[in-house]
Ligand binder design. Structure first.
Ligand SMILES: [Zn+2]
Length: 394
């Protein structure tokens, strides 16, 4: 997948310093009174839809749609060995990593190393990789277990790739979510809130170490349209930067500047503010009302599976911020991953342009964290209680 580079401003570090100063003021922001998320297909959510970055290839068509980005480095695993060498792109849109993984499953470790050498040779011949980097890439491949008897990887290469985002957490349900993602070897894109990361920072740190993405869902799960009305543009910026600063303060810096505005609430002015901050807003996703406590795992899975299309971003919630729902989503997660794979889909992650790209989760052996401190909630708008410990913010 060859891409244009957007050249977005990287002012996060400077702004995060300002956000730390703003934390005290933002913590008291009023919780939103709306349901945990607007219907994914609502006019509001769709109005915020952003076209992904245009994919450009020299031959006109991308032969590796939603494949490995040229913005990643060449790495293999298990165990994870990263060369630090940028993943070179080819004229048809396929990168070196696309060429390698298109050959999986490998019959042996030697077969894997052979595939890496063949792909690297192709890029050297095309003048897109130096002989020195080719040698380092082949050496890195040889140091892994890929294709060998110790390799327990689930094949994750296809032409129909999906990503899964989880909004609102981390809550009590995050432990089980992380267990399922480890078992299924799927990367999670966690749109976490500042309040909840500060309450249980062990999750955010684990997520990054395990290979998941940590992105922004504001500090207090604020409706940014309402914040714009009541506090102006500075209020919107404070909500976003306070979350970013909260993540950094617990040793879990944001993966990159990506945000899901809570409730999908982002009018034209809010979207402009977000863009001016160098952030990408994820507005176009497929989901269901998994924040309704009565929804069963099967209903959640079925509702999402029937909407699948190549390159789709799936939207789920982790202990919705204002609803006691939760178990159905985790059950639905396991079901929908299996159902999607049966239909020829595989899983990846999102990039900073808003597109689905290839990835592989190579799980660590680290113990998966549990909730240690009360999970913040806004006043609940559905009957029922979340698992203890939790606290209602007002
Ligand atoms: Zn949310």
């Amino acid at each position: 997948m060859a891409k244009t580079v957007a050249g977005r401003l990287a002012t996060a570090a400077a702004l995060a310093v300002l956000a730390v100063a703003a934390l005290a003021g933002t913590a008291a922001a009023a919780p939103a009174a709306d349901p945990a998320a607007g219907p994914p297909g609502s006019a509001e959510a769709e109005a915020g839809a952003e076209a992904g970055t245009r994919t450009e290839t020299e031959t006109g068509t991308d032969a590796c749609p939603n494949g490995w980005s040229t913005e990643t480095t060449v790495w293999f695993g298990p165990p994870r060995v990263d060369t630090g060498i940028p993943n070179p792109g080819g004229p048809d849109g396929c990168t070196l990593l696309d060429r390698v993984w298109k050959r999986e499953p490998f019959s042996s470790h030697a077969g894997f190393v052979f595939a890496v050498r063949a792909a690297a040779d192709e890029f050297v011949t095309a003048g897109r990789l130096s002989a020195r980097d080719r040698a380092r890439i082949v050496l890195a491949a040889a140091r892994t277990h890929v294709g060998g008897p110790r390799d327990e990887s689930i094949p994750n290469t296809c032409d129909r790739r999906l990503a899964i985002q989880f909004d609102d957490g981390p809550s009590h349900y995050r432990t089980e979510t992380l267990r399922i993602l480890r078992e299924k070897q799927v990367t999670g894109v966690f749109m976490d809130t500042g309040t909840r990361v500060l309450a249980n920072p062990q999750f955010a740190r684990f997520q990054l170490a395990e290979g998941h993405e940590l992105l922004n869902h504001t500090y207090s799960h604020a409706n940014l349209n309402q914040v714009l009305t009541s506090e102006g543009p500075d209020g919107v910026r404070r909500e976003i930067l306070a979350a970013q600063a909260a993540f950094a303060s617990v040793g879990a810096p944001i993966s990159f500047q990506g945000i899901r505005p809570p409730f999908g609430a982002a009018n034209a002015q809010v979207r402009q503010i977000i863009a001016d901050m160098g952030y990408t807003a994820y507005m176009t996703r497929i989901g269901t009302d998994d924040w309704v406590p009565e929804r069963t795992a099967q209903e959640i899975s079925d509702a999402i599976v029937e909407q699948l299309y190549p390159g789709a971003i799936i939207s789920l919630h982790d202990g919705p911020y204002d609803s006691p729902a939760g178990p159905g989503t985790n059950g639905g997660l396991a079901l929908l991953i299996d159902a999607a794979r049966e239909r020829g889909y595989c899983f990846g992650t999102v990039d900073r342009h808003g597109d689905v790209v290839a990835d592989r989760l190579v799980p660590t052996k680290r113990p998966i964290p549990v909730v240690e401190n009360p999970v913040p909630y806004a006043p609940l708008i559905f009957p029922g209680e979340p698992p203890e410990p939790y606290v209602i913010l007002d």
